[in-house]
Design a protein around this ligand. Sequence first.
Ligand code: SF4
Ligand code: SF4
Length: 288
Amino acid sequence: MNKSWAIVNKILPFSCVDGPGNRLVIFLQGCNFRCLNCHNPYTISLCKDCGDCVNACPYKALRFNNHRVVWQTSVCQQCDTCINTCVHHSTPMTYKYSVDDLLITIRKYLPFLNGITLSGGEATMQLPFVEKLFSAIKQTNDLKHLTCFIDSNGYLAKTGWQKVENNMDGAMIDLKAWNNDVHKSLTGRDNLRVKKTIKYLAKINKLYEVRFLIIPEHTDLQDNAENIAKFLIDLDPNIRIRINAFHNHGVHGIAKTWQSASKQQIELFAQQLKQSGFKQITLPPVYL
Ligand code: SF4
Ligand code: SF4
């Protein structure tokens, strides 16, 4: 199925942490992981139009039209009651963008941009749209200098990456746990495909960065620094690595009770990787 529009949760006009240079980041709605530590669980599902949030909205910014929930942005007060009401991990506050709509948005910020990044949710859940958008950018004279990146959980199969790889300049991939059972318990999915993605993208020179989130007592990355280093160094000794620190502020459910990662824990993991020869390691700018 070829989609000519996307369900977008949010657009960030400028970011310097989502790939090289200054980037416009488009957060697509929908994810195939169910991470216990998700900071934005309302980005997980597409709205089912069940209507539970319509009456809950204290400002009457939601209504039904032809069995669809309609969000009136001009009335919305951003109180988040709808998000907190939704039991489906969704939100009525999304936007429908066509490829042409997004090209117009990108042009607004064009003089300041090095590229665009598709994030989420999980951007590859809307792969036909990603294909079309990247292809449109690369075929448009005033836009083709922009680099096109994807920030992904890595679950997409090789056949999926092959659909976008010609127009994609790079991808940032999260490896959330080293052992499959730990990965499954944290995300609901196995990590075999994630490791395959990392290998495949490294092979075709499209792996921009591998990302690790350290959650004390819950991720097993800290205990497997040697295994991780061996896995990555065999692929590319110059690989970029970004280490992020879990913080429990703003998470939901059980993860609220989890301990935040300390500077010391992050630096220890980084040190273990550095000993294996990695030089391009980015650490969190702040700790909570
Ligand atoms: S955030 Fe949701 S509940 Fe609050 S005003 Fe906007 S639509 Fe209504
Ligand atoms: S956002 Fe959630 S509660 Fe509101 S209509 Fe959609 S699925 Fe139902």
